[in-house]
Write a protein that binds this ligand. Structure first.
Ligand code: NAD
Ligand code: TDX
Length: 338
């Protein structure tokens, strides 16, 4: 029996990971510590909330007393820290909570893990810590040049985790995944925003020239890679997790519109994101050499994702009529009804 402390388990990747883990490993117990920020949603785990192996704790990873209480009472074997402020645009507008959660929160989890002891501490970082690359692929040993407050705080959090490995021998593994997509992603991010806007016949606000490139990883592949690294990874190491599905934003946009049979007149070029990274691309040789490769074909992953948003309107309509609406209106300065 392995007890996992999953932080941020009510968000996009965390909820997919918990569902994946409970399916794959019948002997696991999960404690999900989540602050339920605007991005946390208990609907994401409605189907497993009555599973006796699943326990939800409402709380902040920055709150030492809540974190210590979990370590004392639940004695987690493995900590996987997904909790973060995760949206680049919000970090440009107001970085405060990014600095708290993505750096200080990691510190609180590391301190508790050091004090009470764990078998693994997995820090979920991101490809954005490298910054932008016009040609070629980032390797794990490349320098970190984060460009947004989001990526800078993620770099701070993961380097702090690494320092606990070097200094205190804490069994840390760091993962740097590329852009994820799939079910339950909050509709502020490119793919779910554009799918749901298209379904509502609303504009798709494409930044700049639309030619920025991301490497798209289906969320279930990401979940699988994390579990794989717990089995096969080496403590103290950092691993890139990508799929090699490089796409320009305009290509993704056209694909969504074509699939949904919506007109390209819905595309609305808008002012570019400040400090917008042009391209992210990962060299995943290190992970491949352990025997793992992403399995989900991009087009299949997109079909699954679009169909999920088509069948789960209630899930996203509730979100888009709440807190999201204020963010959207002030950020895009577009008429939301057009
Ligand atoms: P998300 O924004 O969907 O979810 C974040 C979750 O963390 C939410 O449930 C939120 O309530 C919770 N949370 C935020 N602050 C908290 C705090 N102080 N205490 C406890 N819980 C808190 O994010 P996501 O897209 O699922 O990303 C998960 C992790 O993966 C993040 O660390 C992110 O940096 C990383 N990552 C994301 C991607 C991606 O494409 N989405 C790619 C690479 C890495
Ligand atoms: O309205 C939009 N229009 C647009 O053109 C939005 C929201 C995005 N974009 C562009 C910006 C990026 O080039 O689409 C691309 C993807 O944007 P996001 O979905 O915001 O993702 P990104 O900024 O690449 O960061 C994501 O991947 C790495 C996650 O949000 C991070 O949490 C993760 O670390």
């Amino acid at each position: 029996m392995t007890t996992y402390l999953i932080t941020g388990g009510s968000g996009f990747i965390g909820s997919n990971f918990i569902r994946y883990l409970l399916n794959k490993d019948p002997d696991s117990t999960v404690i999900n510590l989540d602050k339920l920020t605007y991005a946390g949603n208990q609907e994401n785990l409605r189907d497993i909330e009555n599973d006796s192996r699943y326990h939800f704790v409402y709380g902040d990873i920055c709150d030492e007393s809540v974190v210590n209480e979990i370590f004392v009472t639940q004695k987690p074997d493995i900590v996987i820290n997904f909790a973060a402020e995760s949206h680049v645009d919000r970090s440009i507008g107001k970085p405060d909570d990014f600095i708290k959660t993505d750096v200080f929160g990691v510190f609180v989890l590391l301190e508790a893990s050091k004090k009470y002891g764990v078998d693994f501490f997995i820090q979920i970082s991101t490809d954005e810590v490298y910054g932008s690359i016009d040609k070629g692929y980032f390797q794990e040993t490349d320098q970190l040049m984060p460009s947004s407050p989001y990526s800078a705080t993620k770099a701070g959090g993961e380097r702090l985790a690494f320092s606990y490995f070097v200094t205190y021998n804490l069994p840390v593994i760091i993962t740097r995944a590329s852009n994820n997509f799939g079910p339950y992603q909050y509709p502020e991010k490119l793919i779910p925003l554009f799918i749901t806007n298209a379904l509502e016949n609303k504009f798709l606000p494409l930044y700049g020239d639309g030619k920025n490139v991301r490497d798209w990883l289906f969320v279930e592949d990401h979940c699988e890679a994390i579990l794989y690294l717990i089995r096969k990874g080496t403590i103290g190491e950092t691993y890139n997790i990508g799929s090699g599905n490089e796409m320009q934003n305009i290509e993704i946009t056209n694909l969504i519109l074509e699939y949904l049979k919506k007109p390209s007149s819905l595309i609305k070029p808008v002012k570019d994101r400040l400090g917008h990274d042009r391209r992210y691309a990962l060299d995943c040789t290190k992970l491949h050499s352990l025997g793992w490769r992403s399995a989900v074909n991009f087009n299949k992953g997109m079909r699954t994702t679009i169909e999920w948003y088509k069948s789960n309107e209630e899930w996203w309509e509730k979100i888009k009529s709440g807190e999201f609406l204020d963010f959207y209106k002030s950020h895009y300065k577009l008429s939301y009804t057009s």
